[in-house]
Design a protein around this ligand. Structure first.
Ligand SMILES: Nc1ncnc2c1ncn2[C@@H]1O[C@H](COP(=O)(O)OP(=O)(O)O)[C@@H](O)[C@H]1O
Ligand SMILES: [Mg+2]
Length: 457
């Protein structure tokens, strides 16, 4: 399977999509999620996001410009529910080896990854050919660059979203991670281990136990019951019947399908089928779950439901996830960090707050322009310095530093007074009507005035 450009749909790659779960590696992430999850439509409170205002966080290195002609598209503009900056760290990116202190070693570490399809693809990365437009390259060399010099780390316990329009290279990228598609050049490590040098057995192990893939079209077996579908992957792994059925039952319960164990896929709604797929991927208990647009085919409401399911599972178990989507609101809702792709490149990689608050270029700015900023950005971005008196005062409302601007507006409006922003016990700033509304109006931060200037232009 590896070594070809085709997509692997064998049992090695779990057929459906999933969320995941696992021991609490997510620290702040999960905790933040906790608040985020349950409350529909509304931004979570109290997330410990720790973005310093306006700082553009970790942009993926070296990814600038971008050829590819991509049709402008509207981001859906649905309220984004989650703004949590992964509290943990914001560390300086690189490093594929475990780092001393601070940031935990990445689960996946990808450096300068290229995937070129077509005739003699190896000549393209780093050569003049790579500078051609996609059309020229196709004509002159018969090649398509699907992934172009991409570098990023996926940290333990985070939901890492890869977002981009159709054709931007997302599926190719995620499939390269476990070599369901063979990369053309670059390096990929999982827990520090070189994926590109793995042999067949190691790859099988990788796909089954370490980084299971959940596809959009989750091939459920129609003649099998829900329980047996969920147990299927375990059966392939050779787990004894009683054990795998017990584990499958646990997973069925976990995804909210208790009581439906004996049904067949045909007797389930689309959303329920997705849950079966989810349970199946969870049953294998992989370290990382890779989702390739698992919810694209679902109705909006069911989709929302499934997103919340992912957030919930992630909150409960903190499993690392790489989640592909073309939908910005989905990315903002579930991502701890988002890598935004265009024409095979990652044009920006950062928290939802960084992407929305500090877009790296005009493309990203256009992409996020309809996002309700107040639901994604936190008071860290809005606040002004406290005067001595304010900092010492202990009356009036307070908000935590991870509170969204929307929530802070609510607090300040109800109280009629500015709120102190607390980081632990410490007052780190003040939010009043003016600075909160500046965020809503797009008058905050480094892009100060960007929106309005644009509108006026
Ligand atoms: N097997 C292939 N052969 C040739 N070109 C491909 C192949 N798979 C994908 N591509 C091209 O690579 C680019 C990225 O595709 P893909 O990764 O599927 O994007 P996305 O998942 O973001 O929609 C597209 O231009 C697509 O046409
Ligand atoms: Mg795709």
């Amino acid at each position: 399977m590896s070594g070809t450009d085709t997509v692997d749909r064998t049992p090695d790659a779990e057929p459906s999509r999933t969320a995941d779960s696992k021991p609490a590696r997510a620290e702040a992430t999960s905790a933040e999620r906790a608040s985020a999850a349950g409350q529909a439509g509304n931004l979570a409170a109290g997330q410990a996001g720790n973005l310093a205002a306006g700082q553009a966080g970790n942009l993926a290195a070296g990814q600038a410009g971008n050829p590819a002609a991509e049709p402008a598209r509207k981001p859906g503009g649905e309220p984004a529910r989650t703004a949590p900056a992964t509290a943990a760290d914001r560390s300086p990116e690189p490093g594929r080896a475990p780092e001393p202190g601070g940031t935990p070693a990445p689960v996946f570490s990808v450096r300068n990854l290229w995937k070129v399809f077509g005739h003699r693809p190896d000549r393209v990365p780093g050569s003049d050919l790579a500078e051609l437009t996609p059309e020229e390259l196709r004509e002159k060399a018969g090649c398509t660059v699907a992934v172009r010099d991409v570098s990023f780390d996926v940290r333990p316990g985070e939901v890492f979203v890869v977002m981009g329009l159709s054709g931007s290279g997302k599926s190719t990228l995620v499939r390269c991670l476990t070599r369901l598609i063979e990369p053309t050049s670059g390096s990929i490590a999982i827990d520090g281990e070189d994926v590109r040098s793995m042999d067949k057995n190691a790859l099988r192990e990788l796909r089954r136990h370490r980084a299971a893939m959940v596809f959009q079209h989750f091939g459920l077996l129609p003649h099998r019951t829900v329980l047996d579908n969920v147990a299927y992957g375990l059966e392939i792994q050779g787990m004894a019947k009683a054990e795998r059925r017990a584990r499958a039952a646990e997973m069925v319960d976990k995804v909210g399908l208790a009581g439906m164990e004996a049904r067949r896929p045909g007797q389930l709604s689309g959303g329920q089928q997705q849950r079966v797929g989810l349970a199946r991927a969870l049953a294998a208990d992989p370290e990382v779950l890779l989702f390739d647009e698992p919810f694209s085919a679902l109705d909006p409401l069911i989709r929302r439901d499934m997103q919340e399911e992912v957030v919930r599972l992630h909150r409960d178990e903190g499993r690392t996830m790489v989640f592909i989507t073309h939908d910005l609101s989905e990315a903002l809702r579930i991502g701890d960090r988002i890598a935004l792709m265009r024409g095979g490149r990652v044009v920006q990689c950062g928290t939802p707050e960084e992407i929305v608050g500090s877009p790296a270029d005009d493309y990203v700015r256009d992409f996020v322009q309809d996002v309700p900023r107040e639901q994604v950005l936190t008071v860290r971005r809005a606040m002004r310095p406290a005067t001595l008196g304010e900092a010492r005062g202990d009356t009036g409302p307070t908000v935590t530093a991870g509170t969204t601007v929307a929530e802070a507006i609510d607090v300040v409006a109800r109280d009629g007074k500015p709120a102190r922003v607390l980081d632990g016990d410490r007052c780190v700033g003040i939010v009043d009507f003016k600075c909160l509304l500046n965020v809503v109006a797009g008058l905050d931060g480094p892009q100060r005035g960007g929106r309005l200037e644009k509108a006026a232009a």
